[in-house]
Design a protein around this ligand. Structure first.
Ligand code: AMP
Ligand code: MG
Length: 316
C-alpha cells in the first residue's frame, strides 16, 4: 500500500515491519536498526548479500551518540555542515549496533536524511532506521514510490510516498583514513569540492579495502535489464546500428535510424537536474523496447562524478 501516513508507518516499524521511506537521495527499505530480526527482513526482501552493510538513518543528534561515542572531530564538522543531507559518515560503533548492520566491521555508516516526511517519522521513533535502497540487489535504485511498488510492492506492508527524490543519487560515503584525513568511499550527493569548504582540503576518493566497504561500489551495480554501453554516442550508434537503440544523453538530441527511444537528462546541462532524472530515465529505457542502451559520461565535476560512477557501474 502507498500512502503518506507517518503514524501508521511508525506503528509498523515499531512492530518490526519493513516500510519503504522517501529520502532526498533514493527511496529506502527501512526497518528498526536495533532489531536484528527486523534487519534480516531487509536482506531477504532485497536479496542482498549479508556481507553488504547497511546505513543507519537518524532524525536527531542524540541518536548519533547512541550509535557512536567516538565520532572523529572532522567527520562531526562535516555532519554539522551537511546534515540533514546526502552525506554518510563511517564511525566506530557502540554495542547498541548489531554486527549484521556493519557486516562485522567496527565502523557503522550513519546519516540524517533530508526529507520532511522521513525526518518527522524518525523523530517519532526510539531507534534509528536501517535502510538500503528499496530495490532488489544490483538493480536500478528507486526515485519515486511507484518504482518501489513495481518491484517490491507485494513484499512490503507500506510505502511512504514522499514524491520524487530531490537529489536522485545515493549519499556520499566518507571516513577518516589512518592519517586522520577524510576520504570518499562512494561519490554521491555531496561533492569533494563542497566538503573542501568545511575541512580545508579536497578529500581523495579511495576504493574500498574491505568487502564490507564495497557494495554500493561493486563493479556491477545499478544495472538495467538490458546492456548499457558508455562512450561516444555517434560512434556507438554506428557500431550497434543493427539493434533497437535506446539513448541516454546529458543534453543533446541524437538522430540515427536505429534509435527508438531517447532520454535527455537535462536541457541546459544542469548536473543536479541530470542526477535527479538519471535512475528514472534508465528505468524508462529498460522498458522502452530497446535492445541496448547507449550512454555518454557527463562532465566529471561536482555531482557529475557521482553520475559517472553510477553510469559506469550500470554498464559493467
Ligand atoms: P546503500 O546501498 O545506499 O544503502 O549504501 C550502503 C553502502 O554503504 C554499502 O553498500 C557500503 O558500501 C557502505 N557502508 C555501509 N555501512 C558500512 C560500513 N560499516 N563500513 C563500510 N561501508 C559501509
Ligand atoms: Mg543500493
Amino acid at each position: 500500500m502507498i500512502g503518506n501516513d507517518i503514524t501508521y508507518a511508525a506503528e509498523l516499524l515499531k512492530s518490526g515491519k519493513t516500510v519503504a521511506i522517501p529520502t532526498e537521495t533514493v527511496y529506502g527499505l527501512a526497518a528498526n536498526g536495533f532489531d536484528e530480526d527486523a534487519v534480516i527482513n531487509i536482506f531477504e526482501i532485497k536479496q542482498r548479500p549479508r556481507f553488504n552493510p547497511l546505513i543507519l538513518h537518524i532524525g536527531n543528534w542524540e541518536m548519533l551518540e547512541t550509535i557512536s561515542n567516538q565520532v572523529p572531530e572532522v567527520l562531526l564538522s562535516l555532519a554539522k555542515a551537511f546534515w540533514p543531507g546526502p552525506l554518510t559518515i563511517l564511525v566506530p560503533k557502540t554495542e547498541a549496533v548489531h554486527d549484521i548492520i556493519t557486516a562485522g566491521s567496527p565502523l557503522v555508516a550513519v546519516r540524517m536524511p533530508n526529507h520532511p516526511l522521513t525526518l518527522s517519522l524518525l523523530q517519532q521513533l526510539p531507534f534509528p532506521l536501517a535502510a538500503p535502497s528499496a530495490n532488489t540487489f544490483g538493480t536500478i535504485s528507486p526515485t519515486n514510490a511507484q518504482h518501489v511498488e513495481n518491484q517490491l510492492g507485494s513484499a512490503l506492508d507500506y510505502i511512504l510516498d514522499g514524491g520524487e527524490c530531490a537529489i536522485g543519487v545515493e549519499s556520499t560515503i566518507a571516513k577518516v583514513n589512518e592519517f586522520g584525513r577524510v576520504v570518499i568511499l562512494r561519490p554521491g550527493g555531496i561533492s569533494a569540492g563542497e566538503m573542501e569548504k568545511v575541512i580545508g582540503y579536497q578529500p581523495e576518493s579511495v576504493s574500498a579495502e574491505h568487502p564490507t566497504e564495497a557494495p554500493g561500489m561493486l563493479k556491477s551495480h545499478y544495472a538495467p535489464k538490458i546492456p548499457l554501453v558508455i562512450g561516444n554516442l555517434n560512434q556507438l550508434c554506428e557500431e550497434h546500428h543493427n539493434k533497437a537503440i535506446g539513448i541516454i544523453s546529458l543534453q543533446h538530441q541524437f538522430s540515427h535510424p536505429a534509435i527508438i527511444h531517447q532520454e535527455i537528462l537535462t536541457e541546459d546541462g544542469d548536473l543536479h537536474l541530470a542526477a535527479r532524472n538519471l535512475f528514472a530515465a534508465l528505468r524508462r529505457l529498460e522498458t522502452s523496447g530497446a535492445e541496448i542502451i547507449l550512454g555518454e559520461l557527463v562532465p566529471d565535476n561536482g555531482i557529475g562524478i557521482a553520475i559517472n560512477d553510477r553510469l559506469t557501474r550500470a554498464s559493467a
